[in-house]
Design a protein around this ligand. Structure first.
Ligand code: NAI
Ligand code: 15L
Length: 249
């Protein structure tokens, strides 16, 4: 498939740039920051976004602010930017989007010991998390009204390796991320489907059944890094709420 990768200069974008071509995808790269061989664009620029999506089969939408920020900044890059992306997709006749949602869309979900499904009610922990709830809602609207299909992946923590004890539960390895994005791009008839995105972590808090229903089979397990990152402090927010310290920001 010919795929536009927004946010291509970022952490996940850099990882997927290397991994998605091996799964059969030809990438068009785009970011606010210059990226080699790619387009430099602002998601808030209607014409630039429309030009970026023209002619692709699908979009993997990673672009935007990836941490908590002022409401004004989140409004621009994440809320208006995602709206511009979906409008461009509609006008250019693109039929599939993979949206990088986040655990922070459901960050106030308590950690009770039961696995949390992708149907858990939204409980954003930040303006950032709220923008992911907006993106999921927009994806639902465009699926129902315009037949544009989206898989919204609530990514846990996608980094080359876990950076904290919390990530022993939330880690999504780069290779598993590519597998999940590939499944999200290629599975037919998804409408708007929300999936949890983590690896096969021994200490997982998330249920992966909707991701597995797309054919996702994780290969990695954060447990391999347990000695490196140490144990979770049971009194810390990271041990109590899915969004961890984001709930304190
Ligand atoms: P990142 O911050 O490294 O990359 C995001 C990219 O978006 C940056 O290169 C930035 O320049 C670009 N961007 C920001 N505003 C833009 C705009 N107005 N127009 C065009 N491009 C813009 O973030 P990362 O870690 O690569 O995450 C990628 C996506 O996945 C983000 O949407 C993030 O919210 C989501 N995500 C990431 C997680 C992770 O663990 N890395 C976890 C959950 C969600
Ligand atoms: C996210 O949504 C962020 O984009 C990423 O930088 C991490 O903080 C991740 O969540 C996480 O919760 O570990």
């Amino acid at each position: 498939m010919h795929v536009l990768l927004t946010g291509a200069a970022g952490g996940v974008g850099t990882l997927l740039r290397d991994l998605l071509p091996a799964l059969g995808h030809t990438l068009r790269l785009a970011d606010l920051k210059p990226v080699e061989g790619g387009l430099t664009f602002d998601l808030r620029d209607t014409d630039a976004v429309r030009a970026a999506v023209r002619g692709v089969d699908a979009v993997v939408h990673l672009g935007g602010i990836s941490l908590e920020d002022t409401f004004t900044n989140i409004l621009g890059s994440n809320i208006e930017g995602t709206y511009e992306l979906y409008e461009a997709v509609r006008q250019e006749g693109v039929k599939r989007v993979v949206f990088a949602s986040s655990n922070h869309a459901v960050g106030y979900t308590p950690l009770t010991g039961d696995l949390i499904g992708s149907d858990t009610p939204t409980r954003p922990d930040t303006y950032y998390g709220l923008s992911k709830v907006f993106g999921e809602g927009l994806a639902s609207l465009y699926a129902d009204k315009h037949g544009i299909e989206t898989v919204s992946i609530r990514i846990g923590s996608c980094f080359p390796k876990p950076r904290s004890a919390r990530m022993l539960s939330t880690w999504l390895s780069p290779a598993d991320c590519a597998r999940l994005v590939h499944a999200a791009l290629t599975t037919p008839d998804v409408g708007h489907t929300i999936v949890n995105g983590i690896s096969a972590n021994t200490r997982a808090w998330w249920d992966l059944s909707t991701a597995r229903a797309l054919g996702y089979e994780p290969h990695d397990n954060a447990e391999a890094y347990a000695a490196e990152v140490g144990e979770l402090d049971p009194d810390s927010p990271d041990a109590k709420l899915l969004g961890g310290f984001f709930t304190t920001l």
